[in-house]
Write a protein that binds this ligand. Structure first.
Ligand SMILES: NC(=O)c1ccc[n+]([C@@H]2O[C@H](COP(=O)([O-])OP(=O)(O)OC[C@H]3O[C@@H](n4cnc5c(N)ncnc54)[C@H](O)[C@@H]3O)[C@@H](O)[C@H]2O)c1
Length: 261
């Protein structure tokens, strides 16, 4: 396998300051990629970009709230001004509130839909004209198993199912320009976003009902890098669940898996 799949390619990773996004940044850089690390948390973005530069890679941190059109446009301008091109956009920044339908406030709804659904739209709209000009590009949207099955909450389910819809729509529209668009739908993966959940007994039960248990950031990163690399050029419009089998099985736990007795 080519171990420098991103040699001299410029990759924007939103939410690159923490969790999965931080792991993708390291993955891209380890294969020669130039990473534009974007995060609303400026200190976190700087931490990731600095760590990449300290290991000899090229990277900048750009503080940006992906829900704000102007900030997103400035972020894309800065990436182009610094590196002259954008090859890959990973729409990863996201938030979760675990709320019931009736417990979802207007503020919860707006915050999640704005970050998890409008954010990818704003970033893609700002980046795509440059990819169109060059006739090549890759967009990887980070969805969730919650966009495929009911498992988290109202606004999160709506935003992640919406991301899968955007992926199919953009795949159709952008294919003539050589731009491939896919989603990765992670399952339960240990990151800061589910820190509170992992401190509860539910975390163990969740792990027991997923055929392959909880995931690691590296599991998700492998899929994101594959869909960002040339080797996946004939794949577009897909949502790849990287979820240890969660969305493909009905598994009630270890006793349920006692077959042939
Ligand atoms: N960890 C999981 O189990 C899991 C499962 C399914 C999907 N996901 C998705 O993966 C993505 C990354 O999640 P994570 O687990 O790494 O969480 P995380 O909380 O560790 O990272 C999210 C990052 O996004 C940034 N961010 C939040 N709002 C932003 C905004 N408005 N503008 C710019 N940056 C913003 C945060 O500052 C943070 O650095 C999210 O889209 C999440 O929905 C995660």
């Amino acid at each position: 396998m080519d171990t420098q799949r991103f040699h001299n390619k410029v990759i924007i990773v939103t939410g690159g300051g923490s969790g999965l996004g931080e792991d993708y940044c390291h993955g891209f850089a380890s294969e020669g990629g130039i990473v534009v690390c974007v995060d609303i948390d400026e200190a976190a973005a700087i931490r990731t970009a600095t760590a990449l530069r300290e290991t000899g890679n090229r990277s900048i941190a750009v503080p940006c709230d992906v829900t704000r059109t102007h900030e997103v446009e400035q972020m894309v301008e800065e990436a182009l001004h610094t590196y002259g091109r954008i090859d890959v956009l990973v729409n990863n920044a996201g938030v979760i509130s675990r709320r019931s339908l009736v417990g979802t406030t207007d503020e919860d709804w707006n915050r999640e839909i704005d970050t998890d659904l409008k954010g990818p739209f704003l970033c893609a709209r700002a980046v795509v004209p440059h990819m169109m000009e060059r006739g090549y590009g890759k967009i990887v949207n980070i969805s969730s198993v919650a966009g495929i099955v009911g498992c988290i909450s109202t606004a999160y389910a709506a935003s992640k199912a919406g991301v899968n819809g955007l992926t199919r729509q953009w795949a159709l529209e952008l294919a003539p320009y050589g731009i491939r668009v896919n989603s990765v739908a992670p399952g339960y993966t240990a990151t800061p976003i589910n820190e509170k959940l992992r401190l509860t007994p539910a975390a163990k039960r969740i792990g027991e009902t997923i055929p392959l248990g909880w995931g690691k950031p590296a599991d998700i990163t492998a899929a994101v890098l594959f869909l960002s690399a040339n080797e996946s050029d004939y794949i577009t419009g897909q949502t790849l669940a990287v979820d240890g089998g969660l969305t493909t099985t009905v598994d009630m736990g270890p006793e349920y898996r006692t077959f042939d007795t």
